[in-house]
Design a binder for this molecule. Structure first.
Ligand SMILES: [Zn+2]
Ligand SMILES: [Zn+2]
Length: 179
Protein backbone atom coordinates (compact mmCIF):
# COMPACT_ATOMS: atom_id res chain seq x y z
CA UNK A 1 0.00 0.00 0.00
CA UNK A 2 1.53 3.28 -1.10
CA UNK A 3 0.23 6.61 0.11
CA UNK A 4 1.14 10.01 -1.23
CA UNK A 5 1.99 12.27 1.66
CA UNK A 6 0.23 15.12 -0.11
CA UNK A 7 -3.00 13.05 -0.05
CA UNK A 8 -3.08 12.91 3.75
CA UNK A 9 -5.56 15.50 5.00
CA UNK A 10 -4.82 17.61 8.07
CA UNK A 11 -7.26 15.61 10.16
CA UNK A 12 -5.39 12.39 9.33
CA UNK A 13 -6.09 9.42 7.10
CA UNK A 14 -7.64 6.13 8.18
CA UNK A 15 -6.86 2.99 6.24
CA UNK A 16 -8.48 -0.42 6.39
CA UNK A 17 -7.29 -2.93 3.81
CA UNK A 18 -6.29 -6.51 3.13
CA UNK A 19 -2.73 -7.13 1.98
CA UNK A 20 -1.70 -10.25 0.11
CA UNK A 21 1.10 -12.10 1.98
CA UNK A 22 2.77 -12.70 -1.41
CA UNK A 23 3.03 -8.99 -2.23
CA UNK A 24 4.31 -8.33 1.29
CA UNK A 25 7.08 -10.83 0.58
CA UNK A 26 6.23 -12.83 3.68
CA UNK A 27 6.87 -16.15 1.97
CA UNK A 28 10.62 -15.74 2.39
CA UNK A 29 10.14 -15.90 6.16
CA UNK A 30 9.67 -19.68 5.94
CA UNK A 31 6.30 -19.36 7.63
CA UNK A 32 3.16 -20.10 5.71
CA UNK A 33 0.34 -17.56 5.81
CA UNK A 34 -3.14 -18.91 5.29
CA UNK A 35 -4.94 -15.59 5.22
CA UNK A 36 -4.41 -12.13 3.89
CA UNK A 37 -3.00 -9.53 6.26
CA UNK A 38 -5.70 -7.25 7.58
CA UNK A 39 -4.23 -3.81 8.19
CA UNK A 40 -5.88 -0.94 10.00
CA UNK A 41 -3.80 2.18 10.24
CA UNK A 42 -4.06 5.86 10.94
CA UNK A 43 -1.66 8.30 9.32
CA UNK A 44 -1.21 11.77 10.76
CA UNK A 45 1.01 14.54 9.41
CA UNK A 46 3.71 15.89 11.74
CA UNK A 47 6.11 18.51 10.37
CA UNK A 48 8.12 16.68 7.71
CA UNK A 49 7.17 13.25 9.03
CA UNK A 50 4.10 11.06 9.20
CA UNK A 51 2.99 9.39 12.40
CA UNK A 52 1.58 5.93 11.74
CA UNK A 53 -0.33 3.87 14.28
CA UNK A 54 -2.39 0.79 13.73
CA UNK A 55 -2.53 -2.97 13.75
CA UNK A 56 -2.02 -5.92 11.46
CA UNK A 57 -3.78 -9.26 11.78
CA UNK A 58 -3.19 -12.46 9.89
CA UNK A 59 -3.30 -16.19 10.27
CA UNK A 60 0.06 -17.93 10.08
CA UNK A 61 1.11 -21.56 10.15
CA UNK A 62 4.61 -21.71 11.58
CA UNK A 63 6.23 -25.12 11.92
CA UNK A 64 7.10 -26.64 15.28
CA UNK A 65 10.90 -26.37 15.48
CA UNK A 66 11.17 -29.91 16.83
CA UNK A 67 8.63 -32.05 14.96
CA UNK A 68 7.84 -29.74 11.99
CA UNK A 69 4.10 -29.96 12.53
CA UNK A 70 2.23 -26.94 11.11
CA UNK A 71 0.74 -24.87 13.91
CA UNK A 72 -2.18 -22.51 13.81
CA UNK A 73 -1.01 -19.10 14.95
CA UNK A 74 -3.06 -15.91 14.93
CA UNK A 75 -0.81 -12.92 14.31
CA UNK A 76 -1.79 -9.70 16.00
CA UNK A 77 0.61 -6.81 15.89
CA UNK A 78 -0.01 -3.25 16.96
CA UNK A 79 2.46 -0.57 16.00
CA UNK A 80 3.20 3.10 16.43
CA UNK A 81 5.97 4.78 14.50
CA UNK A 82 7.20 7.82 12.71
CA UNK A 83 7.94 7.72 9.02
CA UNK A 84 10.55 10.36 8.29
CA UNK A 85 11.82 11.65 4.95
CA UNK A 86 14.95 9.81 3.80
CA UNK A 87 16.55 13.12 2.86
CA UNK A 88 16.60 14.27 6.49
CA UNK A 89 18.75 11.26 7.41
CA UNK A 90 21.53 12.12 4.98
CA UNK A 91 21.31 15.73 6.11
CA UNK A 92 22.36 14.81 9.63
CA UNK A 93 25.87 15.54 10.80
CA UNK A 94 27.95 12.49 11.82
CA UNK A 95 28.11 13.76 15.41
CA UNK A 96 24.36 13.67 15.72
CA UNK A 97 24.04 9.92 15.27
CA UNK A 98 24.77 8.84 18.82
CA UNK A 99 22.04 11.11 20.17
CA UNK A 100 19.27 9.26 18.38
CA UNK A 101 19.00 6.43 20.89
CA UNK A 102 16.20 3.91 21.00
CA UNK A 103 13.67 6.04 19.24
CA UNK A 104 15.57 5.37 16.03
CA UNK A 105 14.28 1.78 16.07
CA UNK A 106 10.72 2.89 15.50
CA UNK A 107 11.54 5.11 12.53
CA UNK A 108 10.82 4.28 8.96
CA UNK A 109 11.68 6.31 5.91
CA UNK A 110 9.93 7.60 2.87
CA UNK A 111 11.45 9.19 -0.17
CA UNK A 112 9.88 11.71 -2.43
CA UNK A 113 6.21 11.96 -1.56
CA UNK A 114 5.45 8.24 -1.26
CA UNK A 115 4.95 6.40 1.99
CA UNK A 116 5.11 2.66 1.41
CA UNK A 117 3.43 0.77 4.21
CA UNK A 118 4.43 -2.65 2.85
CA UNK A 119 7.88 -2.71 4.52
CA UNK A 120 6.48 -1.47 7.78
CA UNK A 121 3.65 -4.01 7.86
CA UNK A 122 5.96 -6.82 6.74
CA UNK A 123 8.43 -6.13 9.54
CA UNK A 124 5.71 -5.82 12.18
CA UNK A 125 4.10 -9.10 11.15
CA UNK A 126 7.45 -10.92 11.16
CA UNK A 127 8.30 -9.51 14.59
CA UNK A 128 5.09 -10.88 16.04
CA UNK A 129 5.75 -14.44 14.87
CA UNK A 130 7.01 -16.82 17.57
CA UNK A 131 10.82 -17.16 17.44
CA UNK A 132 10.75 -20.72 18.76
CA UNK A 133 7.38 -22.26 17.81
CA UNK A 134 6.54 -25.46 19.65
CA UNK A 135 3.42 -27.59 19.10
CA UNK A 136 3.34 -28.37 22.84
CA UNK A 137 5.70 -27.59 25.73
CA UNK A 138 7.25 -31.04 25.86
CA UNK A 139 7.37 -31.82 22.13
CA UNK A 140 9.65 -34.85 21.66
CA UNK A 141 10.49 -33.92 18.07
CA UNK A 142 11.63 -36.26 15.33
CA UNK A 143 14.09 -39.09 15.86
CA UNK A 144 17.35 -37.88 14.30
CA UNK A 145 18.07 -41.42 13.09
CA UNK A 146 14.84 -42.76 11.58
CA UNK A 147 12.76 -39.55 11.36
CA UNK A 148 9.78 -40.95 13.23
CA UNK A 149 7.59 -38.40 15.07
CA UNK A 150 8.34 -39.31 18.67
CA UNK A 151 5.08 -37.69 19.84
CA UNK A 152 3.11 -40.29 17.90
CA UNK A 153 5.19 -43.42 18.27
CA UNK A 154 8.33 -44.74 19.84
CA UNK A 155 11.22 -46.08 17.82
CA UNK A 156 14.05 -48.36 18.88
CA UNK A 157 16.91 -46.01 17.90
CA UNK A 158 17.34 -44.48 21.35
CA UNK A 159 17.19 -47.91 22.98
CA UNK A 160 19.89 -49.31 20.67
CA UNK A 161 22.03 -46.23 21.27
CA UNK A 162 21.98 -46.88 25.00
CA UNK A 163 22.48 -50.61 24.66
CA UNK A 164 25.52 -50.46 22.41
CA UNK A 165 27.95 -48.78 24.84
CA UNK A 166 26.69 -51.11 27.57
CA UNK A 167 27.56 -54.27 25.64
CA UNK A 168 30.90 -52.71 24.81
CA UNK A 169 31.51 -52.15 28.46
CA UNK A 170 30.36 -55.67 29.33
CA UNK A 171 32.74 -57.16 26.78
CA UNK A 172 35.61 -55.26 28.31
CA UNK A 173 34.56 -56.43 31.70
CA UNK A 174 34.49 -60.06 30.56
CA UNK A 175 38.04 -59.72 29.21
CA UNK A 176 39.23 -58.25 32.47
CA UNK A 177 37.58 -61.03 34.45
CA UNK A 178 39.14 -63.74 32.20
CA UNK A 179 42.58 -62.33 32.88
ZN1 LIG B 1 6.33 -30.44 17.86
ZN1 LIG C 1 14.34 -43.66 15.49
Amino acid sequence: MQIHRSDIPNEGLDLDYEADPATLDLKGSGTEFVSSVHVRARLVLTDQSVYVSGEAQAHAKPQCVRCLEALSYPVHSSFEMTVVPKESKTGRLPGEWHELGEKELDEYFYSGDIIDLADLVREQVLLSLPTYPLCRPGCRGLCPQCGVDLNRMACRCAVEEVRRPMTHFQEKLKKIIKK
